[in-house]
Unconditional design. Structure first.
Lengths: 112, 118
């Protein structure tokens, strides 16, 4: 199985400050289409996960442009340019190149 | 408008089976796959399996093989997930999620709590 390793696991951030979450996969997620089969999700308290970034760096519909995803080999980064109170929750990375689909452990973002 | 509406919470005895349903709307059945995932209390996400309703081809996580069955009813646009031989380790919130492309899931159901307790 492909192992996804996230860091940090806990991320306290002040409102208006930037935030960054990393995820490393144990093997390449590059599909023959030329895209990484890699996504970011946010699970807000008491809610289902919501898609933020897909195919490595594409922002999902309705996601604010303060969220961005970048890729470098097997390293992936989610950046929030200016954290807002509504960004609180657990962020998960996910790979879909191989079955079983696997997730990172999750990063809990909290407001200072 | 895409919606995935799941069945309600249930309590099951160890050794029994559970069925969770996921009713879809929109054109999900014609052009998407449906995945099932679960989340144990305070834990992360685990993929269980999926199905492409248009082709009726399920695939399952190896660790659940033999216990899980995913089916699709095209007449009602509903996908079902059956899990047998339940133990307390199966206590979790179960989610269905639409995959319009093999690489990602976009819309998720509201989640169904399955509690396994004697």
């Amino acid at each position: 199985d492909i192992v996804m390793t996230q860091s940090p696991l806990s991320l306290p951030v002040s409102p208006g400050e930037p935030a960054s979450i990393s995820c490393r996969s144990s093997q390449s997620l590059l599909h023959s289409s030329g895209h990484n089969y890699f996504n970011w999700y946010l699970q807000k308290p008491g809610q289902s996960p919501q898609l933020l970034i897909y195919l490595g760096s594409k922002r999902a519909s309705g996601v604010p442009d303060r969220f961005s995803g970048s890729e470098s080999g097997t390293d992936f980064t989610l950046k929030i340019s200016r954290v807002e109170a509504e960004d609180v929750g657990v962020y998960y990375c996910m790979q879909t190149l191989q079955r079983p689909i696997t997730f990172g452990q999750g990063t809990r973002l909290e407001i200072k | 408008q895409v919606q995935l509406v799941q069945s309600g919470p249930v309590v099951k005895r160890p050794g029994s089976s559970v069925r969770v349903s996921c009713k879809t709307s929109g054109d999900t059945f014609s052009n998407s796959a449906i995945n099932w995932l679960r989340q144990a209390p305070g834990q992360g996400l685990e993929w269980m399996g999926g199905i492409i309703p248009a082709f009726d081809t399920p695939n399952y996580a190896q660790r659940l093989q033999g216990r899980i069955t995913i089916t699709a009813d095209r007449s009602t646009s509903t996908v079902y997930m059956d899990l047998s031989s339940l133990t307390s380790d199966d206590t979790a919130v179960y989610y269905c999620a639409r995959a319009p492309h093999p690489s990602y899931c976009d819309y998720w159901g509201q989640g169904t709590l399955v509690a396994v307790s004697s």
